[in-house]
Design a protein around this ligand. Structure first.
Ligand SMILES: *Cc1c(COP(=O)(O)O)cnc(C)c1O
Ligand SMILES: [Zn+2]
Length: 468
């Protein structure tokens, strides 16, 4: 009997399928991204979303109590790729809050009751990344992996290192030079991640780690958002938004766009819920880029790139990337979590925009910092990338694309304390700056001191550092 869950190429012209136990970073036939797909007819799918009601009010922390407690796994029937509940790795992620933000709504001219903030900074490692990491670690455990790695602008590494410390896996974290906020870096070091600071930016780190993970000899399980299992867990963010709203979709979901995993997961969640008859109406999606890392906005809003049934305009995308290479373009924004110029999930994001009738906008660093301060003053705080949502909402209201009487949910992706430097600088003008070069200044004294390792952007040097 074939399995009820499998991996499937997202390119409709290919459609190749792969077993759920295969460790892949893309379709082996056409190199497109992979989805996790399900044979829903053979699975116990709830008849309505109300099935999940009050599961979170779990009474005990026995095995299934822990799953009901998790804001990801209490929706496990909608992400059934695991073979047994014993596979699941969980630390109570996803117990997050949808807060109606009337004071903030008033500041930006929204009608009272219509603006809500989804605080994903309340996750155990302080960002939405835990929603995905719990799922990817579950898959890693299913396939017997023990060495996991990611390239990161910060939050992915914090989350990976946390779950690695929980499971006893070896966690490798690749960060760019001076491109990580101190709050996030401190978590990777503290949870025992082997942290390699590569001389390059995020895109360079990702290229290297994909290269290393592609060679089975290295035995490394890749945790970046090309990993389709992460997106399965991130679908739960939309389920929690619906749950908090009595299973009614809002008019709009607004999310920051970096590597475009989160928006892609949202699109997949609604695509599946629609297919399963669990939801009637799909909200619209607004993905917000920073102006200093605006690839998606440039492609979609300026150059008209669309999903087009999977037959999207690769020539235009390739042209933009070639021009970026030629001019030596590097992304640059205060919102370091979205400082990415070659978003790996671009095709899936185009599909999400199609499914959710979405729009893309970009906002400047100044707009982001102002919006971040407003969220803190009239909400309770988020890191700069998260506030791109509120800045984007203001822009879409000014353009009369979103009206004050529509219901809007902004996803606040990370906690305010992730990047205290940005906050202090906003209020005092003092730039405490994340350390650019993290070579330890003196021999660290603690019995568990775990300083980052400096490495050139060179394959042999990196492998040597990993295997030392
Ligand atoms: C990772 C991250 C993002 C970007 O999410 P993508 O899925 O990469 O688009 C936005 N905000 C925060 C705080 C993040 O950590
Ligand atoms: Zn394919």
């Amino acid at each position: 009997m074939s399995e009820t869950a499998f991996q499937k190429c997202t390119n409709p012209a290919c459609g190749a399928t792969f077993g759920i136990d295969e460790v892949l970073t893309g379709c082996t036939k056409c190199r497109s991204l992979l989805d996790i797909s399900y044979d829903w007819n053979r699975l116990p799918v709830p008849r309505s979303l109300a099935f999940f009601e009050h599961r979170w009010m779990t009474k005990g922390m026995n095995a299934s109590g822990a799953l009901d407690f998790s804001g990801v796994w209490r929706f496990r029937e909608l992400m059934p790729f695991f073979r047994s509940e014993a596979d699941i790795v969980t630390i109570g992620e996803g117990r997050t809050l949808l807060q109606t933000a009337d004071l903030l709504a008033k500041q930006i001219g929204m009608k009272q009751g219509n603006l809500a903030l989804q605080y994903e900074g309340l996750n155990p490692s302080g960002s939405f990344k835990d929603n995905g990491m719990t799922a990817a670690f579950t898959h890693a455990r299913m396939v017997g992996a023990t060495k996991v790695a990611c390239a990161s602008t910060g939050n992915t590494s914090a989350s990976l290192a946390m779950y690695a410390s929980l499971t006893g896996f070896k966690g490798l974290v690749f960060i760019g030079s001076g491109k990580i906020s101190i709050g996030k870096l401190s978590q990777a070091l503290d949870y025992g991640g082997l942290t390699l600071q590569i001389q390059g930016d995020f895109d360079d780190c990702l290229r290297r780690i994909r290269q290393i993970a592609a060679d089975p000899k290295n035995g490394i399980y890749l945790m970046n958002s090309v990993n389709p299992f992460r997106l399965e867990g991130q679908k739960s963010i939309m389920l929690r938004v619906l749950e908090a709203r009595g299973w009614e979709a809002p008019d709009w979901i607004v999310v920051p766009g970096g590597n475009l995993g989160n928006c892609s997961a949202f699109g997949k969640a609604f695509m599946e819920m629609k297919e399963l008859g669990l939801i009637k109406r799909i909200p619209r999606l607004a993905i917000i880029n920073a102006s200093g890392a605006n690839t998606l906005n440039e492609l979609v809003s300026c150059r008209g790139v669309k999903w087009n049934g999977g037959n999207f305009d690769q020539k235009t995308i390739g042209g933009l990337y070639a021009a970026m290479d030629e001019s030596g373009y590097k992304p640059h924004t205060i919102a370091s979590a979205i400082e990415i110029s070659r978003p790996v999930n671009l095709p899936k994001a185009l599909r999400a925009l199609d499914v959710m009738n979405g729009v893309v906008r970009e906002v400047t660093d100044e707009e982001i910092l102002e919006a971040r301060a407003k969220v803190a003053r009239w909400g309770f705080g988020c890191e700069p990338a998260s506030a791109a949502t509120v800045a984007g909402l203001q822009k879409l209201m000014a353009e009369q694309i979103i009206s004050p009487s529509e219901s809007v949910v902004c996803i606040l992706t990370g906690h305010e304390l992730k990047d205290p430097n940005a906050t202090v600088k906003y209020h005092t003008g003092i730039d405490m700056k994340a350390a650019q070069d993290l070579a330890p200044r003196e021999v660290p004294h603690g019995t568990l001191s775990n300083p980052p390792i400096q490495v050139a952007d060179d394959l042999d040097a990196i492998l040597k550092a990993i295997n030392a």
